[in-house]
Design a protein around this ligand. Structure first.
Ligand code: F6P
Length: 341
């Protein structure tokens, strides 16, 4: 049996732990030949792959990023893409695929499965916004990175009696903002799910200054003011055609300075949140996902995805993973809101 593995979409700490587990169990327990396709679905279009053995993957557990490379290539967005994937799979004698990715990558996996390809999915994203699983690996690491940044920013903000706006990732879901904001004791947390009133944020920030605190505002990159202010470059595309976000942090810091009369600064954490070694929690979750994905391939249980439910790893239909984005429910936000100000 020849099994391919690939990583698609934005990189994420823990991807290598999945690749390692798939290779070690696939080659070790089942004697499969495991190959890694380079750069996500792009490798399936170009036929770019490398053989993976236990010796290649043993040292990668702690390494961030992905040794296979990643891309946002979608074969269905390219003329003849799906046919080309089928051609490459046949030419390389691939019996099954393990696709590790977020909504887009798993969406492609689901379509390919419906088109007759044997695929099992593994969910990843630092945004934790995939509906079918309680947690995705990468999220815990990103929360730790953002929390550490908030802790560090607090001491400099306090020294200068400034407000500090910390912009974290999260285009559509505010999980990262919510968890890092709670862990870092933020004065305000702003998420895409709940448009914010600037005057209310100003009130919370003023209250912090009045208690001689340096207010920390954690804002998700996709958060928006509720009064239609044109703050973001939302919708702008970069040279690769990707929609760029970001800008709310700097905009808000300027508004806070103008409206409170206090100095404010903004820090955009950006891709720092996706870099470096995964936490122990993410290493364990990613490893368990990889081991369970191999079991699903061995069982011929294709069109499924590994998912965390409570403390158990289960299999769910791939379609479930991409059906609905998991956003922060109002009651979870309300829970945090009592701590603002
Ligand atoms: O991995 C998901 C995510 O981190 C989003 O929160 C963020 O908006 C996006 O990726 C940025 O990705 P890139 O700049 O790599 O295209």
């Amino acid at each position: 049996m020849r099994v391919g593995v690939l990583t698609g979409g934005g990189d994420c700490p823990g991807l290598n732990a999945v690749i390692r587990a798939v290779t070690m169990k696939g080659a070790g327990e089942y004697g499969w030949e495991v190959v890694g396709f380079r750069d996500g679905w792009r490798g399936l279009l170009t036929g770019s792959l490398r053989r993976l053995g236990p010796g290649d993957v043993e040292p990668i557990l702690t390494r961030g990023g992905t040794i296979l490379g990643s891309s946002r290539t979608n074969p269905y967005a390219e003329e003849g893409g799906a046919e080309q994937v089928a051609k490459v799979l046949a030419a390389e004698g691939i019996d099954a695929l393990v696709a590790i990715g977020g909504e887009d990558t798993l969406g492609v996996a689901e379509r390919l499965w419906r088109d007759g390809v044997n695929v099992v999915g593994v969910p990843k994203t630092i945004d934790n916004d995939l509906g079918a699983t309680d947690y995705t690996f990468g999220f815990d690491t990103a929360v730790h990175i953002a929390t550490e940044a908030i802790d560090r920013l607090r001491t400099t903000a306090e020294s200068h009696h400034r407000a500090l706006v910390v912009e974290v990732m999260g285009r559509h879901a505010g999980w990262l903002a919510l968890h890092s904001g709670l862990a870092g004791g933020a004065s305000v947390i702003l998420v895409p799910e709940r448009p914010f009133a600037v005057e209310q944020v100003v009130g919370w920030v003023r209250a912090g200054f009045e208690r001689d605190r340096a207010p920390i505002v954690v804002v998700a990159e996709g958060a928006q003011p509720d009064d239609g202010d044109e703050v973001l470059q939302t919708g702008e595309k970069d040279a690769f055609g990707h929609v760029r976000l970001g800008g709310v942090g700097h905009w808000l810091a300027d508004e806070l300075a103008r409206r409170t009369g206090n100095e404010s600064r903004a820090v955009v954490l950006g891709h720092t949140q996706r870099g470096g070694t995964p936490t122990a929690y993410d290493r364990v979750l990613a490893t368990r996902f990889g081991l369970h994905a191999v079991a699903a391939v061995a069982d011929g249980d294709f069109g499924t995805m590994t998912a965390l439910r409570g403390t158990d790893i289960v299999r769910v239909p791939l379609a479930e993973a991409t059906a609905e984005l998991k956003t922060v429910p109002p009651e979870r936000y309300a829970e945090a809101e009592v701590l603002f100000g």
